[in-house]
Design a protein around this ligand. Sequence first.
Ligand code: HEM
Ligand SMILES: *[C@@H]1O[C@H](CO)[C@@H](O)[C@H](O)[C@H]1NC(C)=O
Ligand SMILES: *[C@@H]1O[C@H](CO)[C@@H](O)[C@H](O)[C@H]1NC(C)=O
Ligand SMILES: *[C@@H]1O[C@H](CO)[C@@H](O)[C@H](O)[C@H]1NC(C)=O
Ligand SMILES: *[C@@H]1O[C@H](CO)[C@@H](O)[C@H](O)[C@H]1NC(C)=O
Ligand SMILES: *[C@@H]1O[C@H](CO)[C@@H](O)[C@H](O)[C@H]1NC(C)=O
Ligand SMILES: CC(=O)N[C@H]1CO[C@H](CO)[C@@H](O)[C@@H]1O
Length: 323
Amino acid sequence: MSKAAAATLALVAFVSMIFIGQCNAALRIGFYKGKCQSIDVETTVFNVIKSKFKNDSTITAALLRLQFHDCFVTGCDASLLLDGKHSEKTAFPNLSVRGYEIIDAAKAAIEETCPDVVSCADIIAMATRDAVSLSGGGRYEVQTGRRDGNASSSANVFLPGPSDSISDAIDIFATKGLNSTDMVFLLGAHTVGVAHCSFVQDRLYNFQNTGKPDPSMDTKLVSKLRRTCPQDSGFNKTVNLDQNPLSSMTLDNSYYKQIISHKGILEIDQNLALDPLTKDKVNSIANSSDFSSKFGQVMVKLGALDVLTGNQGEIRRSCQKVN
Ligand code: HEM
Ligand SMILES: *[C@@H]1O[C@H](CO)[C@@H](O)[C@H](O)[C@H]1NC(C)=O
Ligand SMILES: *[C@@H]1O[C@H](CO)[C@@H](O)[C@H](O)[C@H]1NC(C)=O
Ligand SMILES: *[C@@H]1O[C@H](CO)[C@@H](O)[C@H](O)[C@H]1NC(C)=O
Ligand SMILES: *[C@@H]1O[C@H](CO)[C@@H](O)[C@H](O)[C@H]1NC(C)=O
Ligand SMILES: *[C@@H]1O[C@H](CO)[C@@H](O)[C@H](O)[C@H]1NC(C)=O
Ligand SMILES: CC(=O)N[C@H]1CO[C@H](CO)[C@@H](O)[C@@H]1O
């Protein structure tokens, strides 16, 4: 490379660093302070989430997965919420994403007193944070200032799958600027919520065409799951991702203890505890008491992926369609 080319490259790198820096600088804690005179945006969202949570505590799992799927596909821009024949939510991995109506309810509560100010993308981040804290996770400060995207296409949906290797999953997370430690913490979201039988079917009956269950699954768990998930149960039934019955609804580090005991539900959950790339981290989280705060930090990092800020994007009036 010539000196001039190297200098140009360095300059481009420097300028884009500043640019990225600015984008993220626009995301900040308390962005909406004072922007809605009479109402406090974060309190309004919290009150909606609190009442939804009282009715149905599984909303925490719904919102965590929703935020992950939104942020991983064209950034945290609420593009997942857009309706459309071929929008993101029609893509296979999204078929069972739920919680859209919770975001709509929070948006409606805000629009009533403070229209056209608060983005759907920020509501996802605030609502998820509130649900996490209601489920016993730490309450982290959420950054706001995101704006909503105007496009959504199922063709953009590229998410890791439950049978991906740890190494492939790490590579996919790396394309989002998340390292393997971030990934191990984020998968801790599987300490709440459920998976449909179809995602564990192969592990219970015919792992890698052996005609046998996955040898890495605890045999008692195999028998137990087989009762809930008979061979043809398909998409109708679900099993808890955290097999500790005392904390399958609690945002804690129990998931890590379960996967160490060979009680991971998805193949990738189990492999997280077995793969040399991640197992040390899993062991240390299983044994530590600061999972909550670390999880909050990594959710903030997830929530900052490729955000639109400043005068990019728009503030959607309805989360389901562009203005
Ligand atoms: C390698 C990465 C990941 C893979 C392969 C993966 C895969 C899956 C699968 C297959 C399900 C079951 C879906 C169903 O049956 O409806 C699921 C559920 C779930 N995932 Fe993940 N996931 C990953 C990472 C994450 C991350 C980063 C989060 C959030 C931070 C997350 C949160 C959840 C939650 C909360 C559920 C339960 C949803 C519910 O109860 O409705 N996952 N995941
Ligand atoms: C309460 O939760 C159930 C699902 O558990 C849901 O069908 C229903 O719409 C919820 N009600 C309200 C008022 O959110
Ligand atoms: C991953 O990133 C986090 C910050 O999110 C940092 O604290 C940690 O040291 C990094 N870990 C590795 C293995 O690079
Ligand atoms: C799943 O549930 C639907 C509706 O309840 C039912 O029609 C269908 O037969 C069920 N499928 C299986 C495989 O159990
Ligand atoms: C947790 O720590 C204890 C005591 O320090 C140790 O005996 C145990 O093996 C550790 N467990 C894991 C999963 O690392
Ligand atoms: C959608 O957003 C992009 C980038 O934010 C912008 O360039 C484009 O003009 C917008 N399109 C519409 C139809 O608003
Ligand atoms: C194909 C499709 O769009 N499936 C579902 C995706 O998720 C939404 C919201 O839950 C459902 O309404 C769709 O039927």
